[in-house]
Design a protein around this ligand. Structure first.
Ligand SMILES: Cc1cc2nc3c(=O)[nH]c(=O)nc-3n(C[C@H](O)[C@H](O)[C@H](O)COP(=O)(O)O)c2cc1C
Length: 221
């Protein structure tokens, strides 16, 4: 691979030796296990540990990925908020199968989730929207996420226009195109780096579609 002088990407590698993950360490279900690792990511001071890569694919199976913030976690799954007519929103409408990735590499960890996204209820969306800073609420109105704009000035004019339309102290209503999803997992993998590339990979797989049961498996690194 061609690289810039002085930066040999092929030689950039880390030896992972912080911790191990054994079958005995696993919580009974992946959400409890995720909470445990998430708490450790917070305690370790990771920057935005709730930032996750959300991968979607369109009806033609062409993938796309972007960072999104995890804003809730329940037995149902992993919650995030976005514009439902964005590229990811359109892709999830055509194909609700998606994947999440938490790249906690300072801890030599990653968590991978395979699941299916379902839109959140209007009530759940409104409750969360009300907690957002006013500037973010106005931004959600001003930005038709993923659509082309002629320039920065167009966006700023749209923002000023909605700020005038919804003067303080009136609450800003939820834009029709704004919403959220819960990703119901069918597999969740916990990955812990180990020396010599002999990493630990333990994956929970749902036993059936309506039950709450999980089996666990070890994958080769
Ligand atoms: C750290 C970080 C967090 C982000 N969180 C969100 C989020 O919670 N919701 C969202 O819609 N976009 C979020 N974004 C922006 C997305 O990465 C992306 O640009 C946007 O959602 C449009 O993606 P799309 O065109 O693929 O739909 C975030 C970006 C970064 C870098």
């Amino acid at each position: 691979m061609a690289t810039e002088p002085g930066l040999d990407l092929a030689a950039l590698r880390e030896e992972y030796s912080r911790a191990g993950l054994s079958e005995d360490d696993l919580a009974p279900d992946p959400v409890s296990m995720f909470r445990r690792w998430f708490d450790e990511a917070v305690a370790a001071g990771l920057h935005e540990p709730n930032a996750m890569v959300v991968a979607t694919a369109d009806a033609g199976a062409r993938p796309s990925a972007r960072l999104v913030l995890l804003k809730g976690l329940s037995d149902e799954g992993f919650v995030f908020y976005t514009n439902t007519r964005s590229r990811k929103g359109e892709e999830l409408l055509a194909n609700p199968a998606c994947a999440l990735l938490f790249p906690w590499h300072p801890l030599e960890r990653q968590v991978r989730v395979d699941g299916v996204a379902a839109p959140l209820s209007t009530d759940a969306v409104a409750t969360y929207f009300a907690t957002r800073p006013r500037g973010s609420q106005l931004g959600a109105w001003a930005s038709h996420q993923s659509r082309e704009v002629a320039g920065r000035a167009e966006l700023e004019a749209a923002y000023d226009e909605v700020a005038a339309r919804f003067p303080e102290p009136e609450p800003v209503p939820v834009p029709e195109e704004w919403g959220g999803y819960v990703v119901r997992p069918h597999a969740v993998e916990f990955w812990q780096g180990r020396p010599g590339r002999m990493h630990d990979r333990l994956v929970y797989r749902r036993t059936d579609d309506d039950g709450g049961g999980w089996t666990t498996h070890r994958l080769a690194p």
